[in-house]
Write a protein that binds this ligand. Structure first.
Ligand SMILES: CC(C)(COP(=O)(O)OP(=O)(O)OC[C@H]1O[C@@H](n2cnc3c(N)ncnc32)[C@H](O)[C@@H]1OP(=O)(O)O)[C@@H](O)C(=O)NCCC(=O)NCCS
Length: 384
Protein backbone atom coordinates (compact mmCIF):
# COMPACT_ATOMS: atom_id res chain seq x y z
CA UNK A 1 0.00 0.00 0.00
CA UNK A 2 1.28 3.46 -0.83
CA UNK A 3 0.08 6.89 0.20
CA UNK A 4 -2.78 8.50 -1.74
CA UNK A 5 -3.92 12.11 -1.71
CA UNK A 6 -7.08 13.98 -2.66
CA UNK A 7 -5.75 16.06 -5.54
CA UNK A 8 -8.89 17.98 -6.43
CA UNK A 9 -12.62 18.16 -5.72
CA UNK A 10 -15.65 19.58 -7.49
CA UNK A 11 -19.42 19.69 -7.19
CA UNK A 12 -22.48 21.14 -8.86
CA UNK A 13 -25.13 22.87 -6.87
CA UNK A 14 -27.59 20.35 -5.40
CA UNK A 15 -31.34 20.82 -5.90
CA UNK A 16 -33.99 20.58 -8.57
CA UNK A 17 -31.84 20.99 -11.68
CA UNK A 18 -32.55 21.02 -15.39
CA UNK A 19 -29.32 19.48 -16.73
CA UNK A 20 -29.14 15.76 -17.53
CA UNK A 21 -27.27 13.48 -15.14
CA UNK A 22 -24.40 13.05 -17.59
CA UNK A 23 -24.01 16.83 -17.89
CA UNK A 24 -24.00 17.23 -14.10
CA UNK A 25 -21.34 14.50 -13.81
CA UNK A 26 -19.14 16.21 -16.39
CA UNK A 27 -19.53 19.58 -14.67
CA UNK A 28 -18.42 18.19 -11.28
CA UNK A 29 -15.54 16.25 -12.87
CA UNK A 30 -14.28 19.32 -14.77
CA UNK A 31 -14.35 21.35 -11.56
CA UNK A 32 -12.30 18.64 -9.81
CA UNK A 33 -9.81 18.50 -12.71
CA UNK A 34 -9.46 22.28 -12.62
CA UNK A 35 -9.09 22.23 -8.83
CA UNK A 36 -6.36 19.57 -9.11
CA UNK A 37 -4.54 21.58 -11.79
CA UNK A 38 -4.01 18.40 -13.79
CA UNK A 39 -4.24 17.64 -17.50
CA UNK A 40 -7.28 15.32 -17.92
CA UNK A 41 -5.16 12.99 -20.08
CA UNK A 42 -3.17 12.02 -16.98
CA UNK A 43 -6.29 10.40 -15.43
CA UNK A 44 -5.84 6.63 -15.59
CA UNK A 45 -9.51 5.76 -15.15
CA UNK A 46 -12.73 6.54 -13.31
CA UNK A 47 -15.39 5.07 -11.06
CA UNK A 48 -18.79 6.61 -11.68
CA UNK A 49 -21.39 6.36 -8.92
CA UNK A 50 -25.05 6.40 -9.88
CA UNK A 51 -28.00 4.52 -8.41
CA UNK A 52 -31.10 5.38 -10.43
CA UNK A 53 -29.92 6.07 -13.98
CA UNK A 54 -32.85 4.01 -15.25
CA UNK A 55 -35.09 7.02 -14.49
CA UNK A 56 -33.28 8.83 -17.31
CA UNK A 57 -33.26 5.64 -19.40
CA UNK A 58 -29.47 5.74 -19.33
CA UNK A 59 -27.16 3.02 -18.08
CA UNK A 60 -23.42 2.66 -18.69
CA UNK A 61 -22.52 6.23 -17.63
CA UNK A 62 -18.74 5.71 -17.55
CA UNK A 63 -17.93 6.07 -21.27
CA UNK A 64 -20.36 9.01 -21.58
CA UNK A 65 -18.42 10.86 -18.91
CA UNK A 66 -15.01 10.03 -20.32
CA UNK A 67 -16.14 11.13 -23.79
CA UNK A 68 -17.32 14.46 -22.33
CA UNK A 69 -13.92 14.89 -20.69
CA UNK A 70 -12.10 14.24 -23.97
CA UNK A 71 -10.51 11.00 -22.75
CA UNK A 72 -12.77 8.31 -24.29
CA UNK A 73 -9.90 5.80 -24.34
CA UNK A 74 -9.71 5.74 -20.51
CA UNK A 75 -11.70 3.06 -18.64
CA UNK A 76 -14.64 4.04 -16.44
CA UNK A 77 -16.74 1.65 -14.38
CA UNK A 78 -20.14 2.36 -12.85
CA UNK A 79 -20.53 1.75 -9.13
CA UNK A 80 -23.93 1.09 -7.57
CA UNK A 81 -24.22 0.70 -3.80
CA UNK A 82 -27.52 2.55 -3.29
CA UNK A 83 -26.96 5.72 -1.22
CA UNK A 84 -23.34 4.64 -0.53
CA UNK A 85 -22.46 4.61 -4.25
CA UNK A 86 -20.36 7.79 -3.97
CA UNK A 87 -18.36 6.65 -0.94
CA UNK A 88 -17.83 3.27 -2.62
CA UNK A 89 -16.55 4.92 -5.83
CA UNK A 90 -14.12 6.97 -3.75
CA UNK A 91 -12.99 3.78 -2.01
CA UNK A 92 -12.32 2.04 -5.35
CA UNK A 93 -10.37 5.05 -6.64
CA UNK A 94 -8.32 5.03 -3.44
CA UNK A 95 -7.69 1.26 -3.63
CA UNK A 96 -6.48 1.60 -7.24
CA UNK A 97 -3.98 4.29 -6.33
CA UNK A 98 -2.89 2.92 -2.94
CA UNK A 99 -2.52 -0.55 -4.44
CA UNK A 100 -0.19 0.80 -7.13
CA UNK A 101 -2.33 -0.07 -10.18
CA UNK A 102 -2.96 3.58 -11.08
CA UNK A 103 -1.41 6.97 -10.37
CA UNK A 104 -4.45 9.20 -10.89
CA UNK A 105 -8.08 8.09 -10.52
CA UNK A 106 -11.27 10.07 -10.85
CA UNK A 107 -14.36 9.29 -8.74
CA UNK A 108 -17.59 10.98 -9.82
CA UNK A 109 -21.10 10.56 -8.45
CA UNK A 110 -24.32 11.92 -9.90
CA UNK A 111 -28.08 11.59 -9.74
CA UNK A 112 -31.00 13.16 -11.55
CA UNK A 113 -34.32 12.27 -9.90
CA UNK A 114 -36.54 15.33 -9.53
CA UNK A 115 -38.11 14.95 -12.95
CA UNK A 116 -40.41 12.33 -11.39
CA UNK A 117 -42.92 12.96 -8.58
CA UNK A 118 -42.36 11.99 -4.94
CA UNK A 119 -44.41 8.77 -5.11
CA UNK A 120 -42.57 7.56 -8.22
CA UNK A 121 -39.17 8.48 -6.76
CA UNK A 122 -40.04 6.69 -3.49
CA UNK A 123 -40.90 3.61 -5.54
CA UNK A 124 -37.58 3.68 -7.41
CA UNK A 125 -35.65 4.18 -4.18
CA UNK A 126 -37.34 1.15 -2.62
CA UNK A 127 -35.59 -1.02 -5.22
CA UNK A 128 -32.47 -0.34 -3.15
CA UNK A 129 -34.02 -2.13 -0.17
CA UNK A 130 -34.51 -5.90 0.09
CA UNK A 131 -37.46 -5.55 -2.29
CA UNK A 132 -38.84 -9.04 -1.58
CA UNK A 133 -39.39 -8.41 2.12
CA UNK A 134 -39.18 -4.59 2.44
CA UNK A 135 -39.99 -2.34 -0.56
CA UNK A 136 -42.31 -4.85 -2.21
CA UNK A 137 -44.35 -5.01 0.98
CA UNK A 138 -44.76 -1.25 1.20
CA UNK A 139 -41.78 -0.40 3.40
CA UNK A 140 -40.35 2.82 1.95
CA UNK A 141 -37.06 4.27 3.21
CA UNK A 142 -38.90 6.82 5.38
CA UNK A 143 -40.78 3.82 6.86
CA UNK A 144 -37.61 1.81 7.48
CA UNK A 145 -35.81 4.73 9.15
CA UNK A 146 -38.97 5.44 11.15
CA UNK A 147 -38.66 1.89 12.53
CA UNK A 148 -35.06 2.65 13.52
CA UNK A 149 -36.20 5.89 15.19
CA UNK A 150 -38.96 4.15 17.15
CA UNK A 151 -36.55 1.45 18.34
CA UNK A 152 -34.06 4.13 19.42
CA UNK A 153 -36.79 6.00 21.28
CA UNK A 154 -38.00 2.88 23.05
CA UNK A 155 -34.55 1.71 24.07
CA UNK A 156 -32.83 5.01 24.91
CA UNK A 157 -35.64 7.51 25.50
CA UNK A 158 -34.73 9.59 22.43
CA UNK A 159 -37.40 12.23 21.74
CA UNK A 160 -38.84 13.85 18.62
CA UNK A 161 -37.58 17.23 19.90
CA UNK A 162 -34.03 15.89 20.09
CA UNK A 163 -34.25 14.61 16.51
CA UNK A 164 -35.64 18.00 15.46
CA UNK A 165 -32.48 19.68 16.79
CA UNK A 166 -30.47 17.77 14.18
CA UNK A 167 -32.65 19.27 11.43
CA UNK A 168 -32.40 22.81 12.85
CA UNK A 169 -28.59 22.52 12.99
CA UNK A 170 -28.20 21.08 9.49
CA UNK A 171 -30.51 23.66 7.92
CA UNK A 172 -28.49 26.41 9.67
CA UNK A 173 -25.29 24.97 8.16
CA UNK A 174 -26.89 24.67 4.71
CA UNK A 175 -27.89 28.33 4.90
CA UNK A 176 -24.14 29.07 4.71
CA UNK A 177 -23.56 26.72 1.77
CA UNK A 178 -24.19 28.25 -1.68
CA UNK A 179 -24.45 24.76 -3.20
CA UNK A 180 -27.13 23.48 -0.81
CA UNK A 181 -30.58 22.34 -1.98
CA UNK A 182 -32.45 23.73 1.06
CA UNK A 183 -30.43 26.70 2.34
CA UNK A 184 -33.20 27.78 4.67
CA UNK A 185 -32.95 28.33 8.43
CA UNK A 186 -35.73 26.62 10.37
CA UNK A 187 -36.83 26.58 14.02
CA UNK A 188 -37.63 23.74 16.38
CA UNK A 189 -41.26 24.75 16.06
CA UNK A 190 -41.12 24.46 12.25
CA UNK A 191 -39.91 20.89 12.57
CA UNK A 192 -42.36 19.89 15.27
CA UNK A 193 -45.33 21.33 13.33
CA UNK A 194 -44.34 19.79 9.99
CA UNK A 195 -46.34 16.87 8.57
CA UNK A 196 -45.56 13.30 9.51
CA UNK A 197 -43.95 11.37 6.68
CA UNK A 198 -43.59 8.10 8.63
CA UNK A 199 -44.19 8.43 12.36
CA UNK A 200 -42.16 9.70 14.25
CA UNK A 201 -40.31 11.24 11.26
CA UNK A 202 -41.71 14.46 9.86
CA UNK A 203 -41.03 16.51 6.71
CA UNK A 204 -38.06 18.27 8.30
CA UNK A 205 -36.60 15.01 9.62
CA UNK A 206 -36.20 13.83 6.02
CA UNK A 207 -33.70 14.62 3.30
CA UNK A 208 -35.21 15.88 0.03
CA UNK A 209 -34.99 14.24 -3.39
CA UNK A 210 -32.13 16.13 -5.08
CA UNK A 211 -30.25 16.28 -8.36
CA UNK A 212 -26.54 16.96 -8.44
CA UNK A 213 -23.02 15.65 -8.88
CA UNK A 214 -19.74 15.63 -6.97
CA UNK A 215 -16.24 14.46 -7.83
CA UNK A 216 -12.81 13.84 -6.37
CA UNK A 217 -9.44 13.01 -7.90
CA UNK A 218 -7.16 10.66 -5.98
CA UNK A 219 -3.45 10.53 -6.83
CA UNK A 220 -0.21 8.95 -5.75
CA UNK A 221 2.24 10.88 -3.57
CA UNK A 222 4.58 11.35 -6.54
CA UNK A 223 1.90 13.04 -8.67
CA UNK A 224 0.54 15.03 -5.71
CA UNK A 225 4.00 16.39 -4.89
CA UNK A 226 4.73 17.21 -8.54
CA UNK A 227 1.53 19.28 -8.73
CA UNK A 228 2.08 20.76 -5.24
CA UNK A 229 -1.24 19.29 -4.10
CA UNK A 230 -0.04 16.88 -1.41
CA UNK A 231 -2.14 18.62 1.24
CA UNK A 232 -5.00 16.17 1.93
CA UNK A 233 -3.98 12.58 2.70
CA UNK A 234 -6.42 9.67 2.61
CA UNK A 235 -5.43 8.38 6.06
CA UNK A 236 -8.01 5.63 6.47
CA UNK A 237 -10.52 3.78 4.33
CA UNK A 238 -13.20 1.41 5.64
CA UNK A 239 -15.83 -0.49 3.68
CA UNK A 240 -18.24 -3.01 5.19
CA UNK A 241 -21.81 -4.27 5.07
CA UNK A 242 -24.73 -5.34 7.24
CA UNK A 243 -27.54 -7.89 6.82
CA UNK A 244 -29.42 -6.37 3.87
CA UNK A 245 -32.93 -6.53 5.31
CA UNK A 246 -33.78 -4.53 8.43
CA UNK A 247 -36.38 -7.05 9.76
CA UNK A 248 -33.69 -9.77 9.72
CA UNK A 249 -31.48 -7.86 12.17
CA UNK A 250 -31.83 -8.33 15.90
CA UNK A 251 -31.03 -4.83 17.07
CA UNK A 252 -31.88 -1.98 14.71
CA UNK A 253 -30.64 0.89 16.88
CA UNK A 254 -27.22 0.76 15.26
CA UNK A 255 -25.79 -0.09 11.82
CA UNK A 256 -23.19 -2.87 12.15
CA UNK A 257 -21.60 -2.18 8.72
CA UNK A 258 -21.03 1.46 9.64
CA UNK A 259 -19.43 0.46 12.94
CA UNK A 260 -17.12 -1.97 11.13
CA UNK A 261 -16.18 0.44 8.34
CA UNK A 262 -15.47 3.10 10.98
CA UNK A 263 -13.24 0.74 12.96
CA UNK A 264 -11.32 -0.19 9.81
CA UNK A 265 -10.76 3.45 8.89
CA UNK A 266 -9.69 4.44 12.42
CA UNK A 267 -7.31 1.46 12.63
CA UNK A 268 -5.64 2.28 9.32
CA UNK A 269 -5.33 5.97 10.21
CA UNK A 270 -4.03 5.18 13.70
CA UNK A 271 -6.60 7.58 15.08
CA UNK A 272 -9.54 7.51 17.51
CA UNK A 273 -12.97 9.18 17.37
CA UNK A 274 -11.74 11.98 19.64
CA UNK A 275 -9.20 12.97 16.94
CA UNK A 276 -11.87 13.89 14.35
CA UNK A 277 -12.24 17.66 13.99
CA UNK A 278 -15.15 17.61 11.55
CA UNK A 279 -17.38 14.87 10.15
CA UNK A 280 -19.83 14.51 7.30
CA UNK A 281 -22.23 11.69 8.19
CA UNK A 282 -25.13 10.07 6.38
CA UNK A 283 -28.19 11.90 7.77
CA UNK A 284 -30.81 10.77 5.25
CA UNK A 285 -33.15 11.18 8.23
CA UNK A 286 -32.34 12.94 11.51
CA UNK A 287 -32.28 9.60 13.36
CA UNK A 288 -29.59 8.41 10.94
CA UNK A 289 -27.25 11.20 12.08
CA UNK A 290 -27.85 10.27 15.72
CA UNK A 291 -27.11 6.59 15.03
CA UNK A 292 -24.04 7.53 12.95
CA UNK A 293 -22.50 9.58 15.75
CA UNK A 294 -22.91 6.59 18.06
CA UNK A 295 -21.70 3.99 15.52
CA UNK A 296 -18.55 6.03 14.89
CA UNK A 297 -17.82 6.27 18.62
CA UNK A 298 -18.28 10.05 18.91
CA UNK A 299 -20.80 9.45 21.69
CA UNK A 300 -21.72 6.36 23.77
CA UNK A 301 -24.62 4.20 22.54
CA UNK A 302 -27.95 5.91 23.24
CA UNK A 303 -26.43 9.35 23.85
CA UNK A 304 -26.28 10.71 20.29
CA UNK A 305 -29.62 12.49 20.48
CA UNK A 306 -28.78 14.09 23.81
CA UNK A 307 -25.45 15.29 22.34
CA UNK A 308 -27.29 16.89 19.42
CA UNK A 309 -29.70 18.59 21.82
CA UNK A 310 -26.75 19.96 23.82
CA UNK A 311 -25.28 21.52 20.67
CA UNK A 312 -22.20 19.28 20.71
CA UNK A 313 -22.54 18.55 16.95
CA UNK A 314 -23.01 22.21 15.97
CA UNK A 315 -20.23 24.16 14.24
CA UNK A 316 -19.18 25.60 17.60
CA UNK A 317 -19.63 22.31 19.47
CA UNK A 318 -16.85 19.89 20.43
CA UNK A 319 -17.81 17.44 17.63
CA UNK A 320 -19.00 19.37 14.54
CA UNK A 321 -21.11 17.18 12.25
CA UNK A 322 -22.45 17.94 8.77
CA UNK A 323 -21.09 21.45 8.36
CA UNK A 324 -22.23 21.27 4.71
CA UNK A 325 -25.87 20.95 5.78
CA UNK A 326 -25.76 17.16 5.36
CA UNK A 327 -28.15 15.12 3.28
CA UNK A 328 -30.93 16.75 5.29
CA UNK A 329 -30.43 20.25 3.93
CA UNK A 330 -27.50 20.28 1.51
CA UNK A 331 -29.46 17.55 -0.30
CA UNK A 332 -29.19 13.91 -1.30
CA UNK A 333 -28.51 13.27 -4.99
CA UNK A 334 -27.94 9.60 -4.18
CA UNK A 335 -24.93 8.72 -6.38
CA UNK A 336 -23.25 12.05 -5.58
CA UNK A 337 -23.73 12.07 -1.82
CA UNK A 338 -20.62 10.18 -0.64
CA UNK A 339 -18.38 12.21 -2.93
CA UNK A 340 -20.05 15.44 -1.80
CA UNK A 341 -18.96 14.48 1.71
CA UNK A 342 -15.37 14.15 0.45
CA UNK A 343 -15.67 17.61 -1.15
CA UNK A 344 -16.74 19.20 2.16
CA UNK A 345 -14.10 17.29 4.17
CA UNK A 346 -11.34 18.32 1.75
CA UNK A 347 -12.38 21.96 1.72
CA UNK A 348 -12.55 22.00 5.53
CA UNK A 349 -8.99 20.63 5.73
CA UNK A 350 -7.79 23.22 3.22
CA UNK A 351 -9.50 26.06 5.09
CA UNK A 352 -11.80 26.78 2.12
CA UNK A 353 -15.20 26.46 3.82
CA UNK A 354 -15.84 30.17 4.31
CA UNK A 355 -18.44 30.88 7.01
CA UNK A 356 -18.78 27.13 7.70
CA UNK A 357 -15.06 26.70 8.40
CA UNK A 358 -14.08 24.78 11.52
CA UNK A 359 -10.93 26.61 12.71
CA UNK A 360 -7.70 24.60 12.21
CA UNK A 361 -9.48 21.42 11.10
CA UNK A 362 -6.77 18.79 10.67
CA UNK A 363 -8.69 15.51 10.51
CA UNK A 364 -12.04 14.97 8.77
CA UNK A 365 -14.26 11.89 8.47
CA UNK A 366 -16.88 10.91 5.90
CA UNK A 367 -19.57 8.28 6.60
CA UNK A 368 -21.79 7.08 3.74
CA UNK A 369 -24.55 4.48 4.15
CA UNK A 370 -26.40 2.59 1.44
CA UNK A 371 -30.05 1.67 2.14
CA UNK A 372 -30.32 0.82 5.86
CA UNK A 373 -26.65 -0.17 6.04
CA UNK A 374 -26.16 -2.97 3.52
CA UNK A 375 -23.29 -0.89 2.12
CA UNK A 376 -21.16 1.38 4.29
CA UNK A 377 -18.05 3.42 3.51
CA UNK A 378 -16.06 5.49 6.02
CA UNK A 379 -13.00 7.57 5.11
CA UNK A 380 -10.63 9.63 7.21
CA UNK A 381 -8.80 12.50 5.50
CA UNK A 382 -5.91 14.29 7.14
CA UNK A 383 -4.20 17.60 6.46
CA UNK A 384 -0.69 16.65 5.38
C1 LIG B 1 -40.17 14.42 2.79
C2 LIG B 1 -40.82 14.17 1.44
C3 LIG B 1 -41.90 13.10 1.57
C4 LIG B 1 -41.44 15.49 0.95
O1 LIG B 1 -42.01 15.27 -0.33
P1 LIG B 1 -43.27 16.14 -0.83
O2 LIG B 1 -44.26 16.24 0.26
O3 LIG B 1 -43.72 15.57 -2.14
O4 LIG B 1 -42.62 17.55 -1.01
P2 LIG B 1 -42.50 18.40 -2.36
O5 LIG B 1 -41.39 17.86 -3.19
O6 LIG B 1 -43.86 18.53 -2.99
O7 LIG B 1 -42.06 19.82 -1.79
C5 LIG B 1 -42.97 20.64 -1.05
C6 LIG B 1 -42.16 21.68 -0.32
O8 LIG B 1 -41.42 21.07 0.74
C7 LIG B 1 -40.02 21.27 0.53
N1 LIG B 1 -39.38 20.01 0.88
C8 LIG B 1 -39.45 18.83 0.21
N2 LIG B 1 -38.77 17.89 0.87
C9 LIG B 1 -38.24 18.48 1.94
C10 LIG B 1 -37.42 18.04 2.99
N3 LIG B 1 -37.03 16.77 3.03
N4 LIG B 1 -37.07 18.90 3.96
C11 LIG B 1 -37.48 20.19 3.91
N5 LIG B 1 -38.26 20.69 2.93
C12 LIG B 1 -38.62 19.84 1.96
C13 LIG B 1 -39.87 21.60 -0.92
O9 LIG B 1 -38.70 22.40 -1.14
C14 LIG B 1 -41.13 22.36 -1.21
O10 LIG B 1 -40.98 23.68 -0.71
P3 LIG B 1 -41.63 24.92 -1.49
O11 LIG B 1 -43.12 24.65 -1.49
O12 LIG B 1 -41.22 26.09 -0.66
O13 LIG B 1 -41.04 24.87 -2.87
C15 LIG B 1 -39.76 13.70 0.40
O14 LIG B 1 -38.80 14.71 0.23
C16 LIG B 1 -39.09 12.40 0.82
O15 LIG B 1 -39.65 11.33 0.71
N6 LIG B 1 -37.83 12.47 1.28
C17 LIG B 1 -37.06 11.27 1.63
C18 LIG B 1 -36.26 10.79 0.44
C19 LIG B 1 -35.65 9.44 0.72
O16 LIG B 1 -36.27 8.53 1.22
N7 LIG B 1 -34.35 9.31 0.38
C20 LIG B 1 -33.65 8.07 0.61
C21 LIG B 1 -33.09 8.06 1.99
S1 LIG B 1 -32.47 6.49 2.45
Amino acid sequence: MRKAYVLGVGATKYGKLSLQGRELAAQAALEAIHDAGIDARRIDGAFVANAFGMIEKQGHPGPLLMTSLGIPDKPATAIEAACASGGSAFREAYVNVAGGMSDVMLAVGFERITQVDTVTATGYFSYGSDYFCEGGNGASFPGLYAAIARAHMQRFGTTEEQLAQVAVKNHANAALNPKAHLPKRITLDDVMKSMYVAHPLKLYDACPFSDGASAAIVASEEVARELRKADVLVAGSGRAGSIASLPDRGDITSIPGAQLAGQQAFRQAGLAPKDIDVAEVHDCFTIAEVVATEDLGFFPRGEGAKAAEQGRTARDGDRPVNTSGGLKAKGHPVGATGLGQVVEATQQLRGQSGPRQIPDAEVALTHNVGATGGSCAVHILRRA
